[in-house]
Design a protein around this ligand. Structure first.
Ligand code: TRP
Length: 335
């Protein structure tokens, strides 16, 4: 049976934090080990340019994210790991898809609509600060996915609409030019895959409530100590189901460890003690990959080699599809 193709991208504007690890990196790497799937993971660096015009930030983030995935155990012999900008076929497909995408569909994209609403709320022209990059973002994302005819696309909730748009665009192209594309499906992780941040909201760079994944041990400890708790004293029973500390603990613990911690909460564990245990649990799991991460960060040319090999693998695949598509739309060599 043909393998199921699973593909996902990470926009390269930030530094990976614990929430990215629990919500995306760890499950993706685990899934990539399954025999019946073929995984494509990429650094969405063209997407980064939409929101970030700071070249150093983009460059640094690309390296950090690549080093993170490799340090966390991604097997690049099995999964295909590459940078979007190393695959010119994606840019080419982006144009073929742009030409069949209704403008009205793009008008409905949440990210674009959100930007327009914000402008109107601020008494600005509705298009103020909106680039064609932002407006056409869902087409580029469709190109990422359709270039490899991915079946499943693991994403956060906020991205579901984009996958639906990719299906629409693929369907339109198929209707006009023949059956070339698989209609991709979004895969959204369970509730448990969303990690809470320092203040109890979803851990996210935009809320400024993150704990970095591979900073120093000291910074990790500092982060854990900053998690918000209530004023209950040591000895007073605490509600594990209403605690950010417990919530994060759960995401790293075995079922047995979780039950023990639940009991400790009921027995009135001191917040300082609970945080110490949380730190130890996370640090034990991260210290080995942290070392690998630091090694990779100190050796960017090694990361470069891995990504170049990934790009070669990815391009071989995309090239043959693009050549069919060029034929289909009428861009054929004269004979
Ligand atoms: N837009 C996605 C995000 O912000 C990242 C992304 C770009 C992506 N291209 C993709 C995800 C293709 C899945 C498939 O999270």
């Amino acid at each position: 049976m043909a393998k199921e193709i699973v593909l996902t991208g990470v926009t390269t504007t930030g530094t990976p934090h614990l929430g990215n690890y629990v919500g995306a990196i760890r499950p993706a790497i685990e899934a990539s080990r399954q025999e019946n799937t073929e995984s494509y993971f990429f650094l969405a660096d063209y997407h980064a340019l939409i929101k970030c015009q700071d070249p150093e930030r983009v460059q640094q983030s690309r390296l950090e994210i690549a080093a993170t995935w490799l340090a966390c155990g991604l097997d690049t012999n099995k999964a295909t790991f590459y940078r979007q900008s190393d695959i010119p076929e994606i840019a080419e497909l982006n144009w073929l898809l742009t030409c069949v995408t209704a403008k009205g569909l793009m008008n409905r994209a949440h990210a674009y609509k959100g930007a327009v609403d914000e402008n109107l709320a601020n008494d600005q022209d509705q298009d103020f600060g909106i680039t064609m990059g932002l407006f056409c973002y869902p087409v580029l994302m469709a190109a990422d996915i359709l270039a490899f005819n991915a079946h499943k696309v693991p994403v956060g909730r906020d991205q579901i609409q984009h996958i639906e748009m990719a299906r629409d665009i693929a369907g339109r192209f198929n209707h006009l030019f023949g059956q070339h594309f698989v209609l991709p499906e979004a895969v959204v992780g369970e509730e448990g895959s969303i990690l809470k941040g320092l203040d109890g909201r979803k851990m996210s760079k935009s809320y400024n409530n993150t704990i970095p994944l591979f900073d120093t041990e000291k910074k990790l400890k500092k982060g854990v100590n900053k998690i918000k708790t209530n004023l209950l004293e040591p000895g007073e029973p605490k509600d594990p189901d209403d605690s950010i500390v417990f919530d994060i603990y759960k995401s790293f613990a075995t079922a047995e460890q979780t039950e023990q911690m639940r009991q400790s909460f009921k027995d009135g564990i001191a917040w300082g003690e609970a945080k110490k245990e949380l730190f130890t649990l996370i640090n034990d799991q991260l210290s080995e990959p942290r070392e690998k991460y630091l090694e990779l960060m100190a050796n960017p040319s090694h990361v470069e080699e891995i990504l170049q090999a990934g790009a070669e693998k990815a391009r071989a695949r995309a090239r043959s599809l693009i050549s069919d598509l060029r034929n289909a739309v009428g861009l054929v060599n004269f004979k």
